[in-house]
Write a protein that binds this ligand. Structure first.
Ligand SMILES: [Zn+2]
Length: 247
């Protein structure tokens, strides 16, 4: 069966003499792994379409068993040249692409996650604060796959938490001061950080982009998100090291 979808390139690697294997995050089929035959012998064919995070309309023959589809056509829609011209934006876009490659499985359709990824790449490409874009992307993306910290009450005893709270990494949510005393995975969290997560989860992209984040809140958000992903999803994307070097 011949199928068509829009897809973002995650990564590619050479296969045999002349072919290329590409992993995409596709709008309609989740992660999509495909082979492009004869491409390396003819550099005009597909040209730069297959650079990481390029956006293409692809046509492919669906594989029945191997899971490796035959890609017959890639029509470039956006190669995000602006991202490629700046080391910092490359690092942020690569982080997002690494994460998608680890979290989205073949045929794991996630249109909301796909649209979030595309929005994040477009925002980074337009020169918006990439660090803020990444925070917004992570909060919304983790929610879309069912991972969100509990922020509306104590995760241990259910009581409302109005003022001071602690974030409990192991349980994945806020914990009151009484419960946190008995738990070594808790750390202080600013009220502004919690309010920011709730605001970003509930609003659309534009609302989230307008939200003012102090440096202190941004640092706390990054820490909570990265620790949460590492603890609960065993995730630490390869490009994280590059991001920390760039600060
Ligand atoms: Zn409690």
């Amino acid at each position: 069966m011949i199928l068509k979808t829009e897809a973002i390139v995650l990564k590619t690697f050479d296969f045999r003499e002349t072919s290329l294997i590409a992993h995409f995050f596709s709008k309609d089929y989740g992660r999509l792994d495909g082979i492009l035959k004869g491409i390396r012998g003819d550099s005009r064919k597909f040209a730069s379409n297959l650079e990481p995070f390029s956006l293409n309309d692809i046509i492919f023959y669906q594989a029945r068993s191997s899971g490796l589809h035959l890609i017959s056509q890639c029509d470039l829609k956006d190669d995000f040249t602006v991202i490629r011209n700046n080391l910092k934006s490359i690092a942020y876009a690569s982080y997002i692409i690494d994460l998608i490659g680890q979290l989205i499985q073949p045929n794991d359709k996630n249109i909301e996650g796909y649209e979030l990824t595309l929005s994040a790449l477009k925002q980074i490409s337009s020169g918006f604060d990439a660090e803020k874009v990444l925070c917004i992307f992570l909060i919304k993306f983790l929610k879309s796959i069912g991972f969100r910290p509990r922020l509306d009450g104590c995760i241990a005893c259910d009581r409302d938490i109005s003022v001071a709270a602690f974030f409990n990494l192991k349980r994945g949510g806020l914990i009151c001061s009484e419960c946190s005393a008995a738990d070594s995975y808790s750390s202080d969290v600013l009220g502004g950080t919690i309010a920011s997560i709730l605001h970003i989860e509930q609003g659309n992209w534009d609302d989230a982009l307008r939200l003012g984040l102090s440096a202190k809140i941004k640092d706390e958000l990054k820490n909570i998100l990265h620790n949460f992903m590492e603890f609960h999803l065993q995730l630490r994307p390869k490009s994280e090291k590059l991001l920390s070097i760039l600060g």
